[in-house]
Write a protein that binds this ligand. Structure first.
Ligand code: HEC
Length: 143
């Protein structure tokens, strides 16, 4: 993990300095790290079994491909990290700082899904998922 962070910041620095050969080398390293191996199989299975179906069923019709209420999509990890009008929707590893849990708990102004609060078990799974740093399979697209 620490290694990955080192590589990431190294890459950031080389991009700013704009030194192509070194940036390219760092890029290759980053690429190798950026497949599913960042999260283990059990965590990805947890996402697929417990989290993805909820997002699809209860959220995507308003926060997906067709509609983006509050400028928010909930169909990729990047989109959740970016968030909507109120900033990031999740802070990986920090459920208490994640807007996602606040809206699911129905404690603030924004309450989601709007029609009915999710059951305790599902909200608990969401919390666990954020504690696990929000595992999500990487899409291996390369331009
Ligand atoms: C029927 C449409 C609808 C559904 C379904 C829905 N949302 Fe929303 N969502 C909205 C609307 C409208 C807003 C803007 C509310 C506001 O600003 O008061 C919003 C806002 C949000 C925000 C705040 C984003 C920001 O930064 O402003 C979050 C987080 C959110 N929704 C999460 C969810 C989650 C998670 C689900 C599924 C469990 C969900 N929503 C399901 C309509 C929906």
């Amino acid at each position: 993990m620490a290694g990955l962070f080192a590589i990431t910041s190294m890459l950031g620095a080389t991009c700013i300095q704009d030194s192509p050969p070194f940036a390219q080398a760092a890029n290759t390293l980053l690429e190798e790290k950026s497949d599913d191996t960042e999260f283990d199989a059990a965590d990805l299975k947890f996402f697929r079994d417990e989290i993805e179906p909820v997002l699809k069923e209860s959220c995507h019709r308003c926060h997906g491909e067709k509609k983006q209420e509050s400028n928010l999509r909930l169909d990729s990890r990047e989109a959740l990290l970016k968030g909507g009008k109120n900033g990031p929707t999740i802070v990986p590893g920090k459920p208490d700082e994640s807007l996602l849990l606040k809206v699911l708990e129905y404690t603030g102004d924004i309450q989601m899904p709007p029609d009915e609060k999710l059951d305790d078990e599902t909200r608990d799974a969401m919390k666990k998922w954020i504690e696990k740093k929000a595992p999500w399979p990487k899409v291996k697209a390369k331009q």
